[in-house]
Design a protein around this ligand. Sequence first.
Ligand code: FE2
Length: 172
Amino acid sequence: MPAIAKKKPTIVLQRTRHPLTETNRVEIVRILQPMQSGSIELYLQLKNAHWNVKGSGFSALHSLFDDASSNVLQFADELAEHTAILGGEPVATVQKLAAVPQLADAPLGMRNQDEFIKVMTDRVSYFCGLVRDCLVSLERNNDPVTYDVCLRGLASLEKRLWMIESHIQSKL
Ligand SMILES: [Fe+2]
């Protein structure tokens, strides 16, 4: 079961002429933070799968994990830039990511393709759930732009979840 961060981070915003109130932006940036850092963790785990997977399905899985990692990186970039647009500070250092992890790390020494498919299905599914929970919170904050950024990212990510888990659908 992936770890869930409990600590509420202190949010200090940069000055900006963004039309939303500071109070509103603090709340939105607080909601964005676990998605923003979690998306970078998920990107790295998908790259780990891309580089280390072994088995008869290597070629297809190597490409599939790479496509999913590119997709997640694009979402991570959107989330980080949107955090900055609202005056927040995106998390972008290994030290900060490691301090408050959003996802359980990949098991060490993993190579087998079935294990990678199962673990990456778990991580992508967990992250999709995290984004869905954040969307529920965002609905209360009256910011359709942030909501739209997250919704578009989620739709694309759920497609990757389907593509990964379909390899072992009968075993889930
Ligand atoms: Fe590559």
